[in-house]
Design a protein around this ligand. Sequence first.
Ligand SMILES: Nc1ncnc2c1ncn2[C@@H]1O[C@H](COP(=O)(O)OP(=O)(O)OP(=O)(O)O)[C@@H](O)[C@H]1O
Ligand SMILES: [Mg+2]
Length: 471
Amino acid sequence: MRHVLAADAIAITEPTSETNLNLLIVDDERSVRESCREVARSLGCGVEVAGSPEQAYRALAATSTDVVLLDLRLPGKSGLEVLEEIKQRRPETLVIVMTGFATVQSAVQAMKLGAYDYITKPFNFEELRLALERATGHLKLTTENRLLREQMKSKHGFGSLVGQTPEMEKLYRIIAKAAHSTHTVLILGESGTGKELVARSIHSSSPHRDQPFIAIDCGSLVPTLIESELFGYVRGAFTGAMRAKDGLMATAEGGTIFLDEVGELPVDLQAKLLRAIQEKEIRPVGGTRPVPINVRILAATNRDLEAAVQQGKFRRDLYFRLNVLTLRIPPLRERKQDIPLLIGNMLERINRATEMQHAFGDDALRLMVSYDWPGNVRELENCVECACTTCSLPTIQIADLPTPLRNFQAHAKPADGDSATDVITPLDQLEKQAILHAVEVLQSDKLEAARQLGIGKTTLYRKLKAYGSAY
Ligand SMILES: Nc1ncnc2c1ncn2[C@@H]1O[C@H](COP(=O)(O)OP(=O)(O)OP(=O)(O)O)[C@@H](O)[C@H]1O
Ligand SMILES: [Mg+2]
């Protein structure tokens, strides 16, 4: 019998340091699994065990594993093959291989294939502890680096998502979390709130960012073609199918598939999608054998899926499957403080492309902030683009804005209709607005401005200087 742990190992029960790792032990020998489990637990690790590669893959799919302790001598399959498979499925997972003295050569090979470390059997408690501590240190560093990278990606938000309101900050935290899990995510939000952008952000922050991201608009696919589009077909599946074709699911292998407007999927397709997610395999049209798939599924809808379930238009089981993690994007009217920031970003992009210096005048900007944006960020984007093309001067005025905004202004009742009136404006800001307005209207006649404002000329000069005004 191979012995793995020296007798002293089991005697030590007090952990010398807490590791907090999620460890998966893969070894066909039960005694090895058990003794490693005992040691790892005493160090504070969460532990899963697997006796075969298949069990290991299942455990990897179901749990968030940080480190795999992998025996290189498994029956049936070469340990190196298993190592490669693990690295492919979970590139971020650290693998520590266990080898016998006689097979140090394969440990070297394993390191070349992406193993993080190796220990030779038999090993004792101390050796295992040191290996796990090294892994913890490494993971801590990579997590810190990742967080730093994520924060540095954008100073206005998260990656290409712009926004700094608490609502958006909360969204970024969930995106970062979702990016490092493999669960299905359901993204909810009104039209134009950024559902696709959020899906892309999850993918580009995930360890699979270099793999494909495929967006499918379930609402615009022709119902009769959806199945073959999604799952592909075999040669001869129907007239004209001269050769087999991979579906979009297979094309996204290793990456992410984004099912946009998933609420539009016909009911028969819903059953097939459910099976694909549950079994992690698809059946191409006309095919008899299932084909395994390895894709992360994200879905989005602006429909009330719960109501669709109640009405029998959407399968309840699929709804629960998709809804493992829910991400709700708040509409723009609930995060109005982000509007100036979003506009600033859009202007920067447009100005760079057109080599112009567009800016919003105060009144136009105020109107943009008070408007409710039923079409959310997309409507805002269209509005900024439209204003930049219509305006004759670099400073955009209310007259340059599209009709819905001008209508909104015409009908807004300053006393109670404008939600901006809910906002309390500090007196010094009101004073500043009044002074700058007077000086502008009176074309820099400061004497007259001071007279009409009811303040002294020196006070006016002092205030203008404090504002950094050019008047
Ligand atoms: N937070 C944001 N920061 C910057 N741009 C954004 C943000 N949210 C959305 N956008 C932009 O708004 C537009 C609409 O976004 P997107 O297509 O992701 O929305 P959607 O919710 O999928 O819309 P629909 O429901 O109409 O499909 C895109 O051009 C996107 O780049
Ligand atoms: Mg969309």
